[in-house]
Design a binder for this molecule. Structure first.
Ligand SMILES: [Zn+2]
Length: 189
C-alpha cells in the first residue's frame, strides 16, 4: 500500500477492506514465475490471517517471535490458529535472540534466553533460526539490501540461508510445493 499513498497518509481501513486489498494483490498481480511467495503478516490472529487461510492455498507458516514471555504468548496463539485452519507450521524463528555489543563483543540475551526453543519443543516443530539483534541487519535492510545480499558471507547471512533451506525442505516434504496453486482450465462451454 505504501506505493499507492504518500509517506504521510495512513491507510485507515476496516478489516474487510484490508482483506479485499490483500486478495486483489494476490490474485490480480502479474506475478512472475515464482518459486515461493512469502507473505510477511502483521502480528496477531485477525482478519488478514483468516482471509489468507480461507482464500489462498498456503503451503505453510513460519512463526516469528522474540524470546520474552509476552511475545511467546502471542506466538502460541499464532501456532494454534494456523493449526485450526489446517496450515502446517513449518517452524519457529527467534528474532532478537541475542545482542552482541559492537564495542566489546559481549553477548547479552536482552529479551531472555531459549524462548524460541521452548515454543518449538512445545509444539513439536523445528527452531529454524535464532537471529541476533544486530545493527548490521537494520542498516542493511534500511539501505534496501538485506544482509544476505549486502554481506552474503557473513555469519548472519548464513543463519538466513540455513533458515531458508529448512523452510524449502519442509515445503518439499509436505508435498505442498508447486502443486499447491489451483490449475485453471478453460472449457468451451
Ligand atoms: Zn560492550
Amino acid at each position: 500500500m505504501a506505493f499507492l499513498t504518500d509517506d504521510n497518509t495512513p491507510v485507515v481501513w476496516r478489516g474487510p477492506m484490508v482483506s479485499g486489498a490483500l486478495i486483489q494483490l494476490i490474485t490480480q498481480t502479474a506475478w512472475d514465475d515464482l518459486d515461493y511467495l512469502v507473505v510477511d503478516m502483521p502480528p496477531g490472529t485477525g482478519d488478514i490471517q483468516l482471509t489468507l487461510a480461507q482464500k489462498v492455498p498456503v503451503a505453510g507458516s513460519v512463526i516469528v517471535t522474540t524470546p520474552q514471555d509476552l511475545a511467546l504468548l502471542d506466538a502460541k496463539k499464532g501456532v494454534e490458529m494456523f493449526r485450526k485452519v489446517n496450515i502446517p507450521v513449518l517452524g519457529v524463528v527467534e528474532n532478537m535472540a541475542v545482542h552482541i555489543c559492537s564495542n566489546c563483543g559481549h553477548a547479552e540475551h536482552l529479551f531472555g534466553e531459549g524462548g524460541g526453543e521452548k515454543l518449538a519443543t512445545q509444539y513439536g516443530v523445528e527452531l529454524l533460526a535464532s537471529l541476533p539483534l544486530s545493527m548490521a541487519i537494520r542498516m542493511q535492510s534500511d539501505g534496501g539490501k538485506p544482509t544476505t545480499v549486502a554481506d552474503p558471507e557473513s555469519q548472519i547471512a548464513m543463519i538466513y540461508q540455513e533458515m531458508a533451506r529448512c523452510v524449502g525442505a519442509r515445503i518439499a516434504q509436505s508435498g505442498m510445493g508447486a502443486g499447491a496453486m489451483p490449475t485453471i482450465t478453460i472449457s468451451d462451454d
